[in-house]
Design a binder for this molecule. Structure first.
Ligand code: FAD
Length: 407
C-alpha cells in the first residue's frame, strides 16, 4: 500500500543535524517530517560523543546527558603531557540519551518523527527540482512531498547523492571504538594517543564516561591508510601499550563504528528546495574529527532559514543562501586553519610527535582547548604567535595565523 504525505519540510536523518533542523523548523511554525532509517533515534552509535560544556549549555542539553572532564592527557611513544584545568570544559555525551533528547525537543514543538523509515529515492518536478522523497517502512512504500528537503543523512548524503549533486567523500576518517568497563578509570582525564604504536594515520583515544566506564577507540585517515581500525583496536586491547595498561581489565560492552568526512568545507550546501547540513555538508573539524556541535548549531540554522524561505514564497537556492552565509562566517576560516594543523600532524614521525608534545606542554589550558576546538580567532592567533614566550609555540600558531589571514 502506498501512502502519501505532504509537509512544508522533510528532514532526512535523525542524527544531531536532522533532529536540530526539525526542532527549529517546527518551532518556527512549519509542518515538519523527520525520517530516520533505524528503529530508534541513535540506535547505532557512530561517535565518541565528546563536545564542550559551554556549547552543550547553549543548546540546552540537560547536564545529566553528559560526563564532565577537566584534565587532558596527550601521549606519544616517548613523551606525554597532562594539562590540568581548574574547571571542567569537556562533556562526554551519553550519545543515545542526548540525541533522543534532541528528537524529543523536535517532537515537543510538533515535528512528526518517522522511525524505521528508509529514504531510498527522490521526487523531482518537471524542472528537475526536488519536491520530496520516497521511503520504505515495514514493507510499505511512502511518499513525502515538501517545499524544502533537508539532507541530514550524515556521511552518505543520500538525498544529494540520489540527485547526482555530490559524490562519495574520498578523504575521510574511520573510527572503531568500544564502550567498555575498565577496572581503573581516572574519570577526570581524557587521553589522546598519537604515533605509529597507536594508529598509522590518526590517533587513539580513551574518554571516561563514568568512574568505571570508558570509550576506547582508534581512528585512521583514508585514503592515507588502508588499515582497518577494528583490527587496530583489538590489538591495542591485547597489547595494552602506554596508558592503556593502567586501565586494568577492560571488558567491552558495546561496539561503535563510524565514518566522518575530512575534506573541509568544499561542498555546495544549498540548491533549489534543498539544504545539506551536518556531515552531509562536511561540517566537521578535521583536526579531531569533531562534528556534533556544528550539526546541532547549523541544523537549527537550516531549519529557521528554510521556514523563512517558505514564508517568503521563494525556496530557491538564492533564498536559502543566508544559511550558507551564517555557517561560512562562523567556521570557514577556523576549519581551514584546523586542516592546516591536521596536514602537519599527519606527516609527523614518532620522534617529531615526541617534540610536538613538548610544544603542547607549553600551552595553558584555555590555549590547548581553543586549539583542539579549532577556535582560531585571528586576533587571538596573532597574539599567541607574537607574544608566546616559546619559539616552537610561536611557530605553531604562525602556521594557523597565516591560514586565517587568507580568509
Ligand atoms: C568514530 C567517530 C568518532 C567521532 N567522535 C566525535 C566526537 O567525539 N565529538 C564530535 O563532536 N564528533 C565526533 N564525530 C563526528 C560526529 O559523530 C558527526 O559529525 C555527527 O554525528 C554528524 O551528525 P549528523 O546528524 O550530520 O550525521 P549522523 O550523526 O551520521 O546522523 C545521520 C542520520 O541519518 C540516518 N540516515 C542515513 N541514511 C538514511 C536514509 N536513507 N533514510 C533515513 N535516515 C537515514 C542515520 O541512521 C543517522 O541517524 C565522530 C565521528 C566518528 C566516525
Amino acid at each position: 500500500m502506498e501512502k502519501n504525505f505532504v509537509y512544508d519540510i522533510v528532514v532526512v536523518g535523525g542524527g544531531p543535524a536532522g533532529t536540530s533542523a526539525a526542532y527549529s523548523a517546527a518551532k518556527n511554525g512549519a509542518k515538519v517530517a523527520l525520517l530516520e532509517k533505524e528503529e530508534s533515534i541513535a540506535q547505532s552509535v557512530r561517535t565518541s560523543g565528546v563536545t564542550w560544556i559551554k556549547d552543550a549549555k547553549k543548546f540546552g542539553i540537560p547536564p545529566d546527558c553528559y560526563h564532565k572532564i577537566k584534565n587532558y592527557s596527550f601521549c606519544s611513544p616517548n613523551n606525554q603531557v597532562t594539562i590540568h584545568d581548574s574547571e571542567p570544559r569537556v562533556a562526554v555525551l551519553d550519545v543515545r540519551k542526548t540525541f533522543q533528547w534532541l528528537a524529543q525537543q523536535a517532537a515537543k514543538v510538533g515535528a512528526d518523527i518517522f522511525i524505521n523509515t528508509i529514504v531510498n529515492d527522490i521526487i523531482k518536478d518537471n524542472n528537475d527540482k526536488i519536491i520530496g522523497v520516497k521511503a520504505s517502512s515495514a514493507k510499505e512504500e511512502l511518499e513525502f512531498r515538501s517545499k524544502i528537503v533537508i539532507d541530514a543523512s550524515g556521511f552518505h548524503s543520500v538525498v544529494a547523492k540520489s540527485l547526482g549533486l555530490v559524490e562519495q567523500w574520498k578523504r575521510f576518517g574511520v573510527g572503531a571504538e568500544y564502550e567498555a568497563f575498565a577496572e581503573n578509570v581516572d574519570a577526570d582525564t581524557w587521553w589522546l594517543l598519537v604515533g605509529q604504536l597507536y594508529s598509522p594515520s590518526g590517533y587513539a583515544w580513551i574518554f571516561p564516561v563514568s568512574n568505571n566506564k570508558i570509550r576506547i577507540g582508534v581512528g585512521v585517515g583514508k585514503p592515507e591508510s588502508t588499515v582497518d581500525p577494528t583490527v587496530l583496536l583489538k590489538e591495542l586491547l591485547e597489547k595494552k601499550p602506554g596508558p592503556i595498561k593502567n586501565l586494568g581489565k577492560i571488558t567491552p560492552i558495546e561496539f561503535h563504528y563510524g565514518l566522518i568526512p575530512n575534506e573541509g568545507l568544499t561542498r555546495k550546501t544549498v540548491y533549489d528546495n534543498l539544504i545539506l547540513v551536518g556531515d552531509s555538508a562536511g561540517q566537521a573539524n578535521p583536526l579531531v574529527l569533531e562534528g556534533i556541535r556544528y550539526a546541532i548549531r547549523f541544523g537549527r540554522v537550516a531549519g529557521s532559514v528554510a521556514v523563512n524561505a517558505i514564508e517568503s514564497g521563494d525556496t530557491s537556492e538564492k533564498a536559502l543562501t543566508p544559511y550558507v552565509e551564517i555557517w561560512k562566517k562562523e567556521i570557514l576560516s577556523k576549519i581551514k586553519s584546523a586542516s592546516k594543523v591536521q596536514n602537519r600532524w599527519i606527516e609527523l614521525s614518532d620522534e617529531e610527535w615526541d617534540k610536538e608534545i613538548d610544544i603542547i606542554k607549553e600551552l595553558k589550558p584555555n590555549e590547548f582547548i581553543d586549539f583542539i576546538k579549532a577556535d582560531f580567532g585571528l586576533t587571538y592567533m596573532v597574539k599567541l604567535a607574537t607574544h608566546h614566550p616559546k619559539l616552537a609555540v610561536k611557530q605553531l600558531f604562525n602556521l594557523v595565523k597565516n591560514t586565517s589571514k587568507k580568509n
